[in-house]
Design a protein around this ligand. Structure first.
Ligand SMILES: [Cu+2]
Length: 344
């Protein structure tokens, strides 16, 4: 009998310990990531355009992943009737979302387009090594640089060009996000999106038409003409709004390229059920607005309960309504009067 009681107590203790692990707000940690062996076929990661991200990693073993990025310099639309000479990774701002897991060995190919004028490189905040890869990837127009790194820390990380002058390369649009999933992957959700905030500094005023040149003084003074999501004023509005259905859980990978400002990321009419603050492994719960530093990221997750249009903003609110840091999430489905209804 005494033996039985002891066993029961032990089982209870173990259960308590498990519970504590599950509720400590951790997405899982990997010790000795350096010792994780890669196996299986090498993956050639296919680039997808934001706000889309590659499929979740799930519980696959660590492997070798080849990533191709191309630095380009090309004119594009910054706002209605306003154009700008963007510098990009893979012709989009932000650049392609890179998705790997802890222990993966990445062979990163950085090509610089033959019609580029400037040398470019890449600093990935997910890399342990000098310049995050920048030193190894300085590449002249028409050339390609290749470097290898092993992902040792899980999390959501910014990457950006760090060629001189660094602020100019970031201000022109050379940035993106790389997600390093923990062993076993992230929790399953229904939708995933990729948003990156960035500022643009133009000689002309906000919405002044025509091709706009970069304004160094405004950059130094931290007085952006535009603060936008995904490289363009209203990039996530109208037909390009994000979509979800009532009852679904949405995960947004949010980055802030800066180059100067801190973002106060908020979705009007929603509460983040979980925020992986600063892109790290721990999550906070029930958050209204999360702060995302320049050169930082966060993962936010929320379930949508009521149909309608949800406005995504930097809650430093002039930036949203005047400078462009605004997007929409359209939720369709059955109304839920228990959660929300107008009385009169
Ligand atoms: Cu560059």
């Amino acid at each position: 009998m005494k033996h039985l009681v002891t066993s029961f107590a032990l089982a209870l203790l173990t259960l308590q310990a498990c519970k504590q692990n599950a509720s400590d707000g951790s997405a899982g940690k990997t010790e000795n990531a350096m010792e994780i062996k890669v196996s299986g076929e090498t993956e050639n990661q296919k680039a997808v355009n934001p706000p889309t991200v590659p499929a979740p990693i799930g519980d696959r073993a660590a492997k070798k992943v080849i990533v191709h990025l191309e630095a380009t310099e090309e004119e594009g639309e910054l706002a209605d009737g306003v154009t700008y000479k963007f510098w990009t990774f893979n012709s989009t701002v932000p650049g392609s979302f890179i998705r790997i897991r802890v222990g993966d060995e990445v062979e990163l190919h950085l090509k610089n387009a033959s019609n580029s004028v400037m040398p470019h490189n890449i600093d990935l905040h997910a890399v342990n090594g000098p310049g995050g890869g920048a030193e190894a990837t300085n590449v002249a127009p028409g050339k390609e640089a290749i470097f290898n790194f092993k992902a040792l820390n899980p999390g959501l990380f910014v990457y950006h060009c760090a060629a001189a002058p660094v602020p100019l390369h970031i201000a022109n649009g050379m940035y993106g996000l790389i997600l390093v999933e923990p062993a076993g992957g992230l929790a399953k959700v229904d939708r995933e999106y990729y948003i990156m905030q960035g500022e643009f500094y133009t000689k002309g005023k906000t919405d002044e038409k025509g091709l706009q040149e970069f304004d160094q003084d405004k950059g130094v003074d931290e007085r952006p003409t535009y603060v936008v999501f995904n490289g363009k004023k209203n990039a996530l509005m109208g037909a390009n709004a994000l979509q979800a259905k009532v009852g679904e859980t949405v995960r947004i990978f949010v980055g802030n390229a800066g180059p100067n400002l801190v973002s106060s990321f908020h979705v009007i009419g929603e509460i983040f059920d979980k925020v992986y603050a600063e892109g790290g492994s721990k999550f906070n719960e029930n958050v209204q607005t999360t702060v995302i530093p320049a050169g930082g990221a966060a993962m936010v997750e929320f379930k949508v309960e009521e149909p309608g249009e949800y406005v995504i903003v930097d809650h430093s609110i002039f930036r949203a309504f005047n400078k462009g840091a605004i997007g929409k999430l359209k939720v369709t489905g059955e109304k839920n009067p228990k959660v929300y209804h107008k009385v009169q």
